[in-house]
Write a protein that binds this ligand. Structure first.
Ligand code: DQA
Length: 141
C-alpha cells in the first residue's frame, strides 16, 4: 500500500514562482506538484499551504496522526515558532524540515531553526527537488 506523505508549506510559499525567483526559482508549487507525484509514484502525496501559524498547527495536529510522514517548509515560522516545535513533538508521524534556499548562506536570522530539534531530519538548499528527496527519505523510514 502506498505510504501517505503530506507536504505542508507555510507563509509566503503560495507565492513560489513569483516571489524572489532568484532565491526560490521560477516554478509555482502547483506546477511542481504533479511532477513530484510522477517522480515518486510509491507515495500518496497530499498538500497543504497556509500563511497562518494556527492553521499550520491545526493541520499538524490532525494529519500527524494519520499520515506516514510530513515534509514541512514552515517558511519564516521556522525561525520563530515554539508552537510548531511543540506540535511536531506531539505527533507520531516523522517530520522532515525543508528549505528551498540554503538558509545558511543568507541572513543570520535564518541560521537558527526553532523546529530542527523536533524534526527527524532537514533538507536545505536543494531547490524544489528537496521535496522529492525528503519524500524519498520518509518512504525509507
Ligand atoms: C524558506 C527559508 C525561510 O528563511 C524563509 O522565511 C522562507 C522560505 C526556504 O524554503 O528557503 O519563507 O523556508
Amino acid at each position: 500500500m502506498a505510504k501517505k506523505i503530506l507536504i505542508i508549506n507555510g507563509p509566503n510559499l503560495n507565492l513560489l514562482g513569483v516571489r524572489e525567483p532568484g532565491v526560490y526559482g521560477a516554478e509555482s508549487f502547483d506546477d511542481y506538484l504533479p511532477r513530484l507525484r510522477r517522480e515518486v509514484p510509491e507515495a500518496e502525496i497530499s498538500y497543504f499551504q497556509s500563511n497562518h501559524e494556527g492553521e499550520l498547527l491545526d493541520c499538524i495536529q490532525k494529519e500527524g496522526f494519520r499520515q506516514d510522514g510530513i515534509v514541512l517548509n514552515a517558511g519564516a515560522y521556522t525561525h520563530t515558532s515554539i508552537a510548531l516545535h511543540d506540535a511536531i513533538k506531539a505527533i507520531p508521524a516523522p517530520v522532515i524540515e525543508l528549505h528551498i534556499s540554503n538558509v545558511f548562506q543568507r541572513e543570520a536570522f535564518r541560521h537558527h531553526s526553532m523546529i530542527s530539534p523536533a524534526c527527524r531530519g532537514v533538507v536545505c538548499g536543494l531547490g524544489l527537488d528537496g521535496y522529492r528527496l525528503a519524500t524519498l527519505a520518509l518512504l525509507r523510514l
